[in-house]
Design a protein around this ligand. Structure first.
Ligand code: GAR
Length: 219
């Protein structure tokens, strides 16, 4: 069964574009059935509209409360009947009530090797902490910020002379294949979310991206 993907994005939309491309060329057995955003002027929304894809984009300022915004967006998301929600650069915290409407079927890509550096400014913080390694994680969304089970990670070195910008660019290169590999694995039933399983075995630690493939962590 082809996976119906709802994608949430707030920014330029490069992860969203990578997902669409992977659906188009068959790496993901699925299709994006809607793009949802809290930033009507974002690149991601423009990309969706250019592609003729249904896009829901509203400013949270138009809603009385955070919960009202989440409720309206999740009404629109559930209306497209997704199998999986993918947060691909969605920069707004999603409240517990909204998450509870679609539990354990929502994933997020985060630009750090969780549990290191949840939240914002991850590249600067990796630099400031003197980390030798940095990267990206795909995790299950739960109400606690960036704290759900980490499904897979991609690692990059931190090099002398790096700043937040050079590090962000190096991480972004691996984010696209990481997110695509995770969604592809879900679409082919190699990766299950509830409970987290890889090839029918409980997922004991995050999978690692090697090239464009996911492999178990060395034990
Ligand atoms: C990506 O680096 C993603 O990991 C990050 O936003 C960027 C979006 O880029 N997400 C977060 O920081 C989530 N807290 P994109 O719009 O080009 O996909």
């Amino acid at each position: 069964m082809s996976l119906r993907l709802a994608v949430l994005a707030s920014g330029r939309g490069s992860n969203f574009a990578a997902l669409r491309q992977a659906c188009a060329d068959g790496r993901i057995d699925g299709r994006v059935v809607g793009l949802f955003s809290d930033k009507p002027g974002s690149g991601a929304v423009a990309l969706a509209r250019e592609a003729g894809l249904p896009a829901w984009a509203e400013s949270p300022k138009a809603f009385a409360t955070r919960e009202a915004f989440d409720a309206a967006m999740f009404d629109a998301i559930l209306a497209v009947q997704p199998d999986l929600i993918v947060c691909a650069g969605y920069m707004r915290i999603i409240g517990a009530a909204a998450i509870a409407r679609f539990p354990n079927r929502m994933i997020n890509i985060h630009p750090s090797l969780l549990p290191r550096h949840p939240g914002l400014h991850t590249h600067q913080r990796a630099r400031d902490a003197g980390d030798a390694e940095h990267g990206a994680s795909v995790h299950i969304v739960i109400p606690e910020l960036d704290a759900g089970t980490v499904l897979a990670q991609a690692r990059v070195p931190v090099l002398p002379g790096d700043d937040a910008e050079t590090l962000a660019a190096r991480v972004l290169v691996v984010e696209h294949p990481l997110l695509v590999a995770c969604v592809a694995a879900v679409s082919r039933h190699a990766l299950a979310l509830d409970p987290p399983r890889w090839q029918d075995l409980p997922l004991a630690s995050p999978l690692q991206l090697e090239g464009d493939r996911l492999v178990p962590s060395p034990s």
